[in-house]
Design a protein around this ligand. Structure first.
Ligand code: DER
Length: 235
């Protein structure tokens, strides 16, 4: 099985939680896109009815529109029955790092408004500590004086050996822009950042920060696809 096959397995398992009549948060990324495609397939087959999707990015919005999934937003549907999304890292308490794909703010808004949030990953995403995989913890910042904010973020986690880098467009030198017109600062940590709640609060206190990619206590269910099968864990 390829990594993409594993992502698909986890996504299909998560879609078993979707029932007719639900308002469903549609995640973003290479794993979530399989869930969106599966929901549309079941709608076409008449196995699901009256689903309203709430997309978490313009990319997912476009995918869902192209597949004919009826869509709405949090203004019209402030309570979401169930969201399904991937993650970049998952720790044993089901805390997540998200946003390496750049959609963390809308994802946190939609998934935070969900009664149930099912996270779908292949086993490569499991970590002991968030920020410990050598990949980044993303922070969405306003473009205004983003280097000032970048510096403040680096300073905040100096003891964890933090290097904060402004994310640039792939293959380019200009800043990557989120769906909300903001930039992303990626935090690369040499050591774990200790108390996650304290770290979260400290980041959010910095003027210039919009949101960060740590999703603490939001996920309710984790579906992991690995070489030895699919496992489901509830928080
Ligand atoms: O950017 C994001 O938050 C994505 O959901 C990410 O966390 C998972 O992306 P992947 O399924 O492509 O690895």
């Amino acid at each position: 099985l390829t990594q993409d096959d594993l992502k698909k397995l986890a996504a299909y398992k998560a879609v078993e939680y979707v029932k007719s009549g639900m308002v469903v948060g549609l995640g973003t990324g290479s794993t979530a896109k399989h869930a969106v495609a599966r929901i549309s397939e079941l709608l076409r087959q008449g196995k699901l009815r009256d689903i309203i999707g709430i997309p978490t990015s313009t990319t997912t919005h476009e995918q869902a529109v192209s597949l004919g999934i009826p869509l709405s937003d949090l203004d019209s549907h402030p309570v979401v029955d169930l969201s399904i999304d991937g993650a970049d890292e998952v720790d044993p308490a089901l805390n997540l790092v998200k946003g390496r794909g750049g959609s963390l703010l809308r994802e946190k808004m939609v998934e935070g408004a969900s009664k149930k949030f099912v996270v779908i990953v292949d086993e490569s995403k499991l970590v002991k500590h968030l920020g410990g995989s050598g990949l980044a913890v993303p922070v969405e910042v306003v473009p205004f004086c983003c280097d000032f904010t970048r510096g403040k973020l680096e300073e905040l986690f100096r003891e964890a050996g933090c290097k904060a880098k402004l994310r640039v467009k792939s293959g380019g030198e200009t800043a990557a822009v989120t769906d909300n017109g903001n930039f992303v600062v990626d935090l690369y940590l040499e050591r774990d950042m200790g108390d996650l709640e304290a770290a979260s609060e400290a980041i959010l206190r910095l003027p210039g920060v919009v949101e960060h990619g740590m999703f603490l206590g939001i996920a309710t269910t984790l579906i992991v696809a690995g070489k030895s099968g699919v496992t489901v864990k509830d928080r």
